[in-house]
Design a protein around this ligand. Structure first.
Ligand code: 13P
Ligand code: ZN
Length: 274
C-alpha cells in the first residue's frame, strides 16, 4: 500500500491539520510522532527505502527496531497534509537504540524534528508504563497554557490543581495530573531526560515559556488531551483577567466525590487545602 493511503498516515495528517487550525503551530512550532505497529510497517514495506544511519543524540534501547512517523525539523504543520512527502518522514531505530535512518519522506532533505530526543525518550517511557498501548507523542505551542507559565508557580501541584478546577471533566481526562519542566534550552538530551522523567507518572508535561507535550494511545486521545488542557488554561486566563480571587470553585471534597463516581484515582497530593 502507498504510505499516503494508509489509515495511520491519514490520521497523522488530520491531527496536524487540527493542531494548525487551533493556532498551536505558528511557523514550524510543534512536532508530532507516532510509534508504528508491526502491521503498519508491513502495510507500507515496499515504499520504505532506508538512507544512512544518523545519531539520535540519546539512547533509547527499548525502542530498538521500532519505526516512527515523525514531523521534520523546520517544517510547518500547515503544510503537513498539503506537502506530506516534504513535511514528515518514517524513521527506523537501530538495534542499539542509538541511531535512526530515514526510510520514507523528507524528499527535499532535512531531518526529523529537533525534539527527536524528547519524542523518543517519552515513547520509551510510555511504551513501558502503558504496557505498549501509548503510541503518540505530541508537542505544541498553545498560547493559554504558555501564558500561565508566567503567573503560576512552576510546580506539578499548582498546574494540576488550577487546571482541574477550571472544568469538571478535567480530572477525569487527566486524573494523573500534569508535570512541569522549568525553562530549559529545547532540542537536546537534557530537556528530554527531564520530560521523560515526568512521563513516568503523567501524560502531560508543560515546558515553561515554551509549550506542552502530551502522550496517548491514539491520535484522538492525544489531540483530545492537549485540547482539554488548553481549553482549561483558556478558562483560567479569562478568570485571572477578571479577578485575582475566585468567588467559588471546585473543592477537594468535590473532587473526591467526582473520583468515586467516575471511578478515577486522583492523587491526594493535588487535593491540598489552599
Ligand atoms: P522543529 O521544527 O525542529 O520540530 O522544532 C519546533 C519546536 O517546536 C521546537 O521546540
Ligand atoms: Zn516547541
Amino acid at each position: 500500500m502507498r504510505v499516503l493511503e494508509a489509515e495511520f498516515v491519514q490520521g497523522f495528517m488530520r491531527m496536524a491539520d487540527d493542531g494548525w487550525q487551533q493556532g498551536w503551530h505558528e511557523r514550524n512550532g510543534g512536532n508530532l510522532s507516532y510509534r508504528m505497529k508491526a502491521e503498519d510497517v508491513a502495510q507500507v514495506k515496499e515504499e520504505l527505502h532506508p538512507a544512512e544511519w544518523r545519531e539520535i543524540g540519546t539512547n533509547v534501547p527499548d525502542l530498538a527496531g521500532e519505526y516512527f512517523l515523525v514531523t521534520g525539523s523546520g517544517k510547518y504543520f500547515r503544510n503537513v497534509s498539503i506537502k506530506p512527502e516534504d513535511s514528515f518522514c518514517i524513521i527506523e531505530v537501530d538495534d542499539k537504540g542509538e541511531n535512526y535512518r530515514i526510510c520514507w519522506g523528507l524528499v527535499n532533505g532535512g531531518r526529523p524534528t529537533s525534539e527527536l530526543p524528547s519524542h523518543l525518550m517519552n515513547h520509551e517511557v510510555k511504551k513501558r508504563v502503558s504496557g505498549g498501548k501509548h503510541r503518540v507523542i505530541y508537542h505544541a505551542h498553545p498560547a493559554n497554557t504558555i501564558a500561565l507559565t508566567f503567573v503560576l508557580p512552576l510546580t506539578d501541584e499548582a498546574f494540576t490543581r488550577e487546571l482541574w478546577e477550571m472544568a469538571t471533566e478535567c480530572p477525569v481526562v487527566f486524573p494523573g495530573g500534569i508535570g512541569v519542566v522549568p525553562w530549559m534550552v529545547p532540542g537536546g538530551r537534557e530537556i528530554a531526560v527531564e520530560t521523560s522523567k515526568l512521563m513516568e507518572q503523567y501524560d502531560v508535561a508543560i515546558w515553561a515559556h515554551h509549550g506542552m507535550f502530551c502522550s496517548g494511545e491514539d491520535f484522538d486521545l492525544t489531540f483530545g488531551l492537549m485540547h482539554t488542557v488548553e481549553k482549561s488554561a483558556e478558562i483560567l486566563v479569562k478568570v485571572l483577567s477578571m479577578t485575582q480571587t475566585k468567588r467559588q470553585t471546585i473543592t477537594p471534597d468535590m473532587f473526591r466525590d467526582l473520583a468515586r463516581d467516575f471511578k478515577v484515582t486522583l492523587p491526594e497530593k493535588f487535593l491540598f487545602e489552599k
